[in-house]
Design a protein around this ligand. Sequence first.
Ligand code: NAI
Length: 482
Amino acid sequence: TANGQDFKVADLSLAAFGRKEITLAEHEMPGLMAIRKEYAEAQPLAGARVTGSLHMTVQTAVLIETLVALGAEVRWASCNIFSTQDHAAAAIAVGPNGTPDNPQGVPVFAWKGESLQEYWWCTEQALTWPNSPTGGPNMILDDGGDATLLVHKGVEYEKAGKVPSVDTAESDEHRAILELLTRTVAEAPQKWTRLASEIRGVTEETTTGVHRLYEMHRDGDLLFPAINVNDAVTKSKFDNKYGCRHSLVDGINRATDVLIGGKTAVVCGYGDVGKGCAESLRGQGARVIITEIDPICALQAAMDGYQVTTLDEVVETADIFVTTTGNKDIIMASDMARMKHQAIVGNIGHFDNEIDMAGLAKLDGIVKDEVKPQVHTWTHPDGKVLIVLSEGRLLNLGNATGHPSFVMSNSFADQTLAQIELFTKPEEYPTDVYVLPKHLDEKVARLHLDALGVKLTTLRPEQAAYIGVEVEGPYKPDHYRY
Ligand code: NAI
């Protein structure tokens, strides 16, 4: 808690502005608003204590208030140091009925531009429940898996009886986690073990977090069940693709205002995010080049009309570079040393290890300068300047405001239904990683049709029987790829 108040945001006086944007967003989030209406009476999340770790934006505010409308208590942190919209965080802390002098909202710990130490402190605050029997939540809603990671690391070190020395840290981020856990293990023994014991499950938003969950489950380390929200069709085939199609160029434009038309842009990775990014840059008139390691995605990119080649071939000639792989070490310092004067380099994948920022900082004679927050020039000794966005962290949230409401209404409707599933039917979900049942996926899509004036054709019973489905769905087998 900060200053006796159970939240910490940048500036409460931004709450009125945040509330206005939340009200506008609600209209653009028909899925969440329909779910509020449908479950208003049943209150399926009554008794749920949800800890959320997800970009604290205007759209997330509508998600948080949906969880509350369904009966949940909520505590929140952002899942990235640059992604919070301070007016949205202020509005959530104040709440729809409070004032900046008398805040009555949800405990939120998030501001734009946190240090790594502050980031992990915020995550800890979101996981620490003053009035709960275990001191913790009974549900987690995660994006990238950091809340889940902190609980699992805490339990692991408590079991081992000690936290590894901070001197063994492999990165600044790792050091911040070890420092935090060293403190909690000393101050509050068994905090994480006690807290984990009552967690019914986690619903995970993104590709990278889901990847972590499957690894933990494979290694036998997963402590509670998980729903992989990312692989709901109405999430990854919409948010990752159409969301990035909107927010990638938004980020580049706000950061640099460079004319994209006519430039050569390299997109590393042609998965869901890469497909949206490539289309977005092509839509602005850029000549887009793809790099891939997967022959299927490489062939898709070629069939979609893009040149597919290696970074090495084009690193000296392209103008804009975007990493979308969820993998590490995609653009190294040695690559950046070969780029053109005023080339733009950014990442839209979840973590900041796609671009070798540490290596860049170590280049002999390199000088970093801030143009404005989240936009830096890196001047090489020969005078060549690179423009790096959001210090290598996801640029659509660092330099712009992330995905727009309508697409997030799909992702967050999936999240809400996944929370209801895990919280209300624990016996159906023993510890494992699940995807959302297909009828719920189809339901989320259905909730968004009216707003776009879509008229759906209804199957006739004979037709349904002929293709072997029910008239009301699900319409596709689980292995169908869309
Ligand atoms: P994906 O798995 O569909 O796509 C990643 C692609 O990168 C794959 O096709 C893979 O073959 C390729 N790849 C891997 N290593 C590569 C390398 N060395 N060079 C070239 N290509 C390589 O994953 P998805 O869903 O597209 O997500 C990508 C990342 O973006 C994840 O970290 C995810 O969490 C994040 N994400 C970010 C969002 C944002 O708003 N910034 C939204 C959604 C996802």
